[in-house]
Design a protein around this ligand. Structure first.
Ligand code: HDD
Length: 683
């Protein structure tokens, strides 16, 4: 006998939807009444007062008044994309979760990237941690891997989350500064709370200002416990490795972008997907033995301020994520998506990491306020792709029309359905014992050695950036004791780092006790020496009437073949045409800044051209160590703009040839000509 327990959507007669997703072409009220006028309120005469009777005016304004929902208390600023995760089978020995383990299994995903501190309308390129949250719509229910682009966290225990966030958010008296850590309360907190040191180094490094979401790593941060089909368990750390490599902006560029294109990252994400340059990441795991101590090579795996260097435990790739579809509607999808670290399936468990434990409470709790009640799982973006058969009932915004009389177990009326499953989630039985205490394990007391490890793993140019970031941020603090305390903290990380920041601040470097025997982890550096993929990169070509359009077309074709785009920049808008060829001018010197481009190329024909805006464009690209190239008379224009054409990363050719375009694109593949940094400092 079929169960009476059906869940059905409201039973209005089906209405065909248009391409806009609307039901027909005629404007109606929310109740389906067709409207004859939506531009004039109902008035007592053309010059008279509006009438309370005007139900359309009242409905329109009332709905508008309630269009906003509370923004996320953290990670309010975000952008997202749909995609697919395909497992490669390598995880089969460590987990029974089919979406990770089964070779070739495809799982739809929704991924939301975010900054942490800023409000919903803040700029994308601020110095901050980036969220990297992935919702897997698996056949067994949703799994959320709610990670960041840094593998460690500011705090070891979730009870301190409100503290670190209050310190990082704008000052409560004036609500400034927006989306920044360069202010007193942040540095006051992190300098007193030394367990933040390792994370602060990551945030001040180039990781705090990613080039794009495409070129950002992601980390699950906590150690998870995977359970294999035979019940064997392993401790694992999750890593997202971007196929496009890990690359960052430079600080001046990030600051410029915050003003000239606050949507820099979300635009890059959406444009890339629209252009077919999908974002790809390998999902990898570090597999560590599940021991009673929950440590690996002396590293406490429950401490979220610690990493396991990849040289000690290699990251094994278990599948690939491809983000290939933009959301149709920002609010319905990106804003309403609700992640929860407790969304798990058999084969994945959490550990006792006290940061994770608090998160397991917070995510569900926050959605109740943000999404206005307990039925947010019914929103399309949150709906599992697995069958849902719960006994949860009613509540705000209930969209299901449950049938029958039964919403309890056990029941005799409805065949005792729904029954519990022998495939259901079983928490591994593990011993829990110990005194009830508010305390951390002793191993959590080491706050500096991995910060030292991080610093010493960086290349020279990355260290310079780190020193500049600390000097900038502390230079923005008003309180001298805060700067001094932050320096005392750095003295325990590295003597040179502390001395250089102190010199920049005009202060005396205090003495500390940095760890001596630290083995660097080269995997932590993001500087590359071989050209990598250039998918999603943007090359600006400056051209003028009379420029060599064949050369531009050649560069465009070669760039497109490697997933990059060419944009033509000219003094004024319109179309360039010569010899029957045409190039649409996509940017003018008025509508562009250097931050839009990974490389700037001067086309032949620009030799006589000189304009203060193009000089600024080229000077910025030069300072930011971007590829600069020219063919033909373009070189003259470079010299006229004061560009040192002997510096590294400058590609010149008499003519546009295949070799020239290849050299330009390979230079872009190196991301930046870091060797030029010395020239920049000397010039
Ligand atoms: Fe969190 C959102 C990542 C610690 C409480 N967190 C949020 C998002 C990301 C992270 C990516 C945005 C999700 C989205 O796009 O909607 N959070 C992390 C990571 C952490 C972390 C990697 C440490 C390893 N978070 C953390 C703690 C707490 C929270 C310790 C509280 C005890 N996080 C929240 C929250 C948010 C959130 C308040 C705000 C909006 C939301 O959850 O849905 O519950």
């Amino acid at each position: 006998m079929p169960s009476k327990r059906k869940q059905v959507r409201p039973t209005t007669a089906p209405v065909a939807r248009t391409a806009r997703g609307a039901e027909g072409d005629e404007l109606t009220t929310a109740h389906g009444l067709r409207l004859s006028d939506t531009d004039h309120s109902l008035k007592a005469g053309p010059r008279g007062p509006s009438l309370l009777e005007d139900f359309h005016l009242r409905e329109k304004i009332t709905h508008f008044d309630h269009e906003r929902i509370p923004e996320r208390v953290v990670h309010a600023r975000g952008a997202a994309a749909h995609g697919v995760f395909v497992a490669n089978g390598a995880a089969a020995s460590v987990t029974k979760a089919a979406f990770l383990a089964e070779a070739g299994r495809e799982t739809p995903v929704f991924t939301r990237f975010s900054t942490v501190l800023g409000s919903r309308g803040s700029a994308d390129t601020v110095r901050d941690v980036r969220g990297f949250a992935v919702k897997f719509y698996t056949a067994e229910g949703n799994v959320d891997l709610v990670g960041n682009n840094m593998p460690v966290f500011f705090i070891q225990d979730g009870i301190k989350f409100p503290d670190v966030i209050h310190a990082g958010k704008p000052h409560p008296d004036r609500e400034i500064p927006q989306a920044q850590s360069a202010h007193d309360t942040f540095w006051d907190f992190v300098s007193l709370h030394t367990e933040a040191t390792h994370h602060v180094l990551w945030a001040m490094s180039d990781r705090g200002i990613p080039r794009s979401y495409r070129t950002m790593e992601g980390f699950g941060v906590h150690t998870f416990r995977l359970v294999a089909a035979d019940g064997a368990t392993s401790l694992v750390k999750f890593h997202w490795k971007p196929v496009a490599g890990v690359h960052s902006l430079v600080w001046e560029e990030a600051q410029l972008a915050a003003g000239t294109d606050p949507d820099f990252h979300r635009r890059d994400l959406a444009d890339g997907i629209d252009a077919g340059a999908f974002l790809e990441y390998d999902l990898g795991i570090q597999v560590l033995p599940d021991s009673a101590e929950e440590t690996f090579e002396g590293i406490d795996l429950l401490d979220p301020t610690k990493i396991v260097p990849e040289e000690l435990a290699p990251v094994q790739v278990i599948g690939r994520l491809t983000l290939n579809r933009n959301p149709d509607n920002y609010f319905a999808e990106t804003e309403q998506v609700a992640f929860h670290t407790g969304n798990l399936v058999p084969g994945i468990e959490v550990t006792n990491d006290p940061l994770m434990q608090a998160r397991l409470f917070s995510y569900l709790d926050t959605q109740l306020t943000r999404l206005g009640g307990p039925n947010f799982t019914q929103l399309p973006i949150n709906c599992p792709h697995a069958a849902v058969n719960d006994n949860l009932r009613d509540g705000m915004h209930q969209t299901l029309v449950h049938k029958g009389q039964v919403a309890y177990l056990p029941n005799g009326i409805d065949g005792d359905l729904p029954r519990v499953s022998d495939q259901g989630y079983v928490h591994l039985p593990r011993e829990v014992e110990g005194p009830k205490v508010r305390a951390n394990p002793v191993s959590f007391e080491d706050h500096f050695s991995q910060a030292t490890l991080f610093y010493r793993s960086l290349t020279e140019v990355e260290r310079v950036h780190l020193v500049e970031a600390f000097t900038f941020e502390l230079g923005k603090c008003y309180e001298q004791p805060i700067r001094e305390r932050a320096l005392a903290q750095l003295a325990n990380v590295d003597t040179d780092l502390c001395a250089e920041v102190a010199a920049g601040l005009g202060l005396k470097a205090p003495k500390g006790k940095p760890a001596k025997d630290v083995t660097p982890s080269p995997a932590l550096s993001i500087v590359v020496t071989e050209p990598g993929p250039i998918t999603g990169r943007v090359i600006g070509v400056l051209a003028v009437p009379g420029s060599d359009l064949t050369g531009i077309a050649r560069l465009r074709t070669a760039a497109k073949a490697r997933g990059a785009v060419v944009r033509v920049i000219a003094p004024i808008g319109g179309i360039l045409s010569a010899d029957g060829k045409e190039e649409i001018i996509e940017r003018t010197l008025l509508t562009t800044r250097s931050i839009e481009y990974d490389a700037i190329v001067l086309a032949d024909g620009t030799g006589e051209f000189k304009d203060i805006k193009s000089t600024v464009l080229l000077q910025e690209a030069f300072r930011h160590c971007k590829t600069i190239a020219a063919w033909g008379s373009g070189e003259q224009a470079l010299l006229a703009a004061g560009v040192d054409t002997t510096a590294p990363g400058i590609v010149l050719a008499a003519k546009s040839t295949k070799a020239f375009t290849t050299a330009v694109l390979d230079a872009v593949g190196l991301h930046r000509a870091w060797a030029r940094a010395d020239h920049v400092m000397q010039s």
